[in-house]
Ligand binder design. Structure first.
Ligand code: NAD
Length: 353
């Protein structure tokens, strides 16, 4: 299978190099026959070609089996070029952003509590002004002193993200928590809850509850272990997943995929970390775990089968092994640089399985 690799900005190239080492090890060990094609998007493409998403890149992604997208420093070049992350999520209808957060053996969580949850975040509408209009942007300057930001919520998108959450919960600990703000966003979050409740009624074997988003922030810190699958709208999911991942030890452990019906994009949950870019200290586990999740998706949805599923498991096991052995970057208390941590994980993938 062919994967397009777009390293992105800031720490992107560093964590991408480490991730490619792990994928090469997985491909060799499990006979995946991965073709890894590296191209440019984001700032590098903007400077070289005047656009953050060159047409040749878009075409290559359309013809590929999957995409690994590095973090993009979109805030720095907002207004000069499209946000590649938003572009691919919208253009490929990657509606489910799956962001696991769990504690790791040998690594103390800042909360002191063990947990293993997944945030299922709606990815194609909500408050994100770059993906909720057919054309244009839903953040409007009414007068020089007045801005109106519109949030789009549609029943179809609520239905499909709720269904995705229950599908995932059926394979985990069978619990779904819907996070909302229906007390003030009565119509939009009310519609979202209707979809969740309909799925709950159709899945009597899956426990279901609802939590208001502000209280959810407190619950996540106080007793994160009570959650399994957390489903929510776009912006709430973006924020709460960063919180949950940081509580697992570091944002650098934030693997995630953006999945649609026919395509999947691996992408770390964090941004381009300009404060540590170029220093070789960023934790590559986030993108490595994301790539592993993509292999798992390819196993099920694109005919990758047992070999891809085994490779996906081996990558998560290898990251856990490296973390437990203290073979980590400094954010996790270790002394390795980005490349060395990548090598440590790749070495484990090559021999463990
Ligand atoms: P950030 O997620 O890049 O960084 C937040 C903090 O976490 C920083 O202190 C950073 O050093 C740390 N961190 C992040 N990833 C790490 C890693 N792998 N290892 C160790 N530490 C890590 O958030 P920010 O600084 O607010 O955003 C920077 C840029 O990234 C902005 O332009 C923003 O728009 C963009 N962004 C992009 C994405 C994406 O491409 N998916 C997501 C979020 C933010």
């Amino acid at each position: 299978m062919r994967l397009i690799i777009l390293p992105g900005d800031g720490i992107g190239p560093e964590i991408t190099d480490a991730t490619l080492r792990v994928l090469e090890a997985a491909s060799a060990r499990f006979g995946l026959g991965l073709e890894l094609r590296r191209m440019e998007a984001g700032r590098a493409a903007l400077e070289r070609e005047g656009t953050t998403i060159p047409p040749a890149v878009e075409q290559a992604v359309r013809e590929a089996d999957g995409l690994i997208l590095g973090p993009m420093d979109t805030y720095a070049y907002a207004g000069q070029g499209a946000n590649p992350s938003a572009f691919f999520r919208k253009a490929f209808d990657l509606y489910a952003n799956i962001r696991p957060a769990r504690t790791w053996p040998g690594l103390r969580s800042p909360t002191g509590a063990e947990f293993d949850l997944v945030v299922v975040r709606e990815n194609t509408e909500g408050f994100y002004a770059d993906r909720n209009m057919e054309a244009g942007n839903a953040e409007l300057l009414v007068t020089p002193e007045v801005v109106v930001s519109l949030r789009r919520i549609t029943r179809a998108c609520c239905d499909r993200i709720a269904a995705a959450a229950f599908r995932l919960a059926a394979r985990r600990r069978r619990r779904v928590t819907a996070v909302h703000k229906a007390n003030v966003l009565a119509r939009g979050d009310g519609m979202f809850l209707e979809s969740c409740r309909r799925e709950a009624a159709a899945h009597p074997g899956i426990a279901y509850d609802e939590v208001i988003v502000d209280a959810m922030a407190a619950h996540l810190v106080r007793h994160p272990g009570r959650f399994d699958v957390v489903v929510t709208t776009n912006m709430f999911g973006d924020i709460l997943s960063d919180l949950a991942i940081e509580l697992s030890g570091s944002l650098g452990l934030g693997g995630s995929v953006n999945a649609g019906e026919r395509f999947c994009m691996a992408q770390a949950a964090h941004g381009s970390a300009p404060d540590i870019a170029g220093q070789g200290v960023a934790n590559p586990a986030s993108l490595i775990l994301s790539a592993g999740m993509l292999l798992g998706w390819l196993a099920e949805r694109r005919g990758g089968g047992h070999a891809f599923a085994a490779a996906a498991d081996a990558i998560e096991t290898a990251v856990a092994g490296a973390v437990a052995a203290g073979e980590t970057t400094r954010d996790l208390g270790g002394r390795l640089g980005t490349a060395a941590m990548g090598e440590a994980v790749a070495g484990r993938v090559a021999v463990e399985a």
